[in-house]
Design a protein around this ligand. Structure first.
Ligand code: IYR
Length: 250
């Protein structure tokens, strides 16, 4: 029936349009809007900007050999500022970022992560999973958790709270925190830092060690700092599938 109305066009369609416009107007009165701030670039500049951004991010590598050279806190703050502007479900911003530089805390996190990883590499992971990790050369030892100047732990807020204390549902939490983590990594890399996404398995110890509430679930540690002078990356990780295998234009 809806289809017929649309195909029929004419008065019915105009009435529906008017109703929708009225609804939109009321929404905008009840929930104020502001003009979009949008900067348009000439097409050639768009191409140049896209290419420059792609060239920069295409050179991001997951680094596991870090230097202990300090990184000023304001760089980390700017990266987190980028992350917290990520698109997310209903603008609930279902995340919390804990930036750790304290050596004692980092040591604690390393010890707890290595305990889990020992069990993971020692038999908890399936043979297939361990086989998939072989080309990366990873093992249970995680010295970078102590050496790198910053560990940014990304927490997903599973549910929030209304002002009266009742639980408020969050939406698209994995997607939102995933996008925010991507923004975080992109900004850290763009600033000139080496990064690593580390996912100890399981990682509930992070909430306990960092004093986070029960409604927050750690999703990853983003390690950031300068690379060690002799840092290497596995060639396996540099080889990307050709675009034709992962892209379709229709
Ligand atoms: N958490 C382990 C295992 C690991 C899993 C995946 I999937 C990786 O891409 C890399 C490592 C570790 O961090 O060693």
């Amino acid at each position: 029936m809806g289809r017929n109305r649309v195909l029929g066009g004419g008065a019915d369609l105009r009435l529906a349009d008017d109703r929708a416009a009225g609804h939109k107007q009321r929404m905008k009165r009840d929930f104020p809007h502001q003009p979009l701030q949008f900067r348009e670039y000439p097409l050639e500049e768009m191409r140049r900007r896209a290419r420059a951004f792609a060239d920069d991010l295409n050179h991001r590598r997951t680094v596991r050999d870090f230097s202990d050279r300090p990184v000023p806190r304001d760089l980390i703050e700017t990266a987190i500022e980028t992350a917290r502007h990520a698109p997310n479900g209903a603008n609930h911003q279902p995340w919390h970022f804990v930036a750790v530089s304290d050596p004692t805390l980092k040591r604690k996190i390393r010890a707890a992560a290595e305990a889990e990883e020992k069990a993971f590499y020692g038999g908890r992971a399936s043979e297939e999973w361990l086989e998939a990790l072989k080309p990366l050369g990873t093992d249970w030892e995680k010295p970078f958790l102590e050496i790198a100047p910053w560990l940014i732990v990304v927490f997903a807020e599973q549910w929030g709270h209304w002002p009266d204390g009742r639980r408020r549902k969050n939406y698209y939490v994995p997607e939102s925190t995933g996008i925010a983590s991507g923004f975080l990594l992109a900004c850290l890399h763009h600033a000139g830092l080496a990064t690593l996404t580390h996912t100890p398995n399981p990682m509930s110890f992070l909430g306990e060690n960092l004093g986070r509430p029960k409604n927050e679930k750690p999703i990853m540690i983003v390690v950031a700092g300068y690379p060690a002078a002799d840092a290497v990356v596995p060639i396996h990780a540099v080889q990307k599938k050709p675009a034709r295998d992962v892209v379709t234009f229709l």
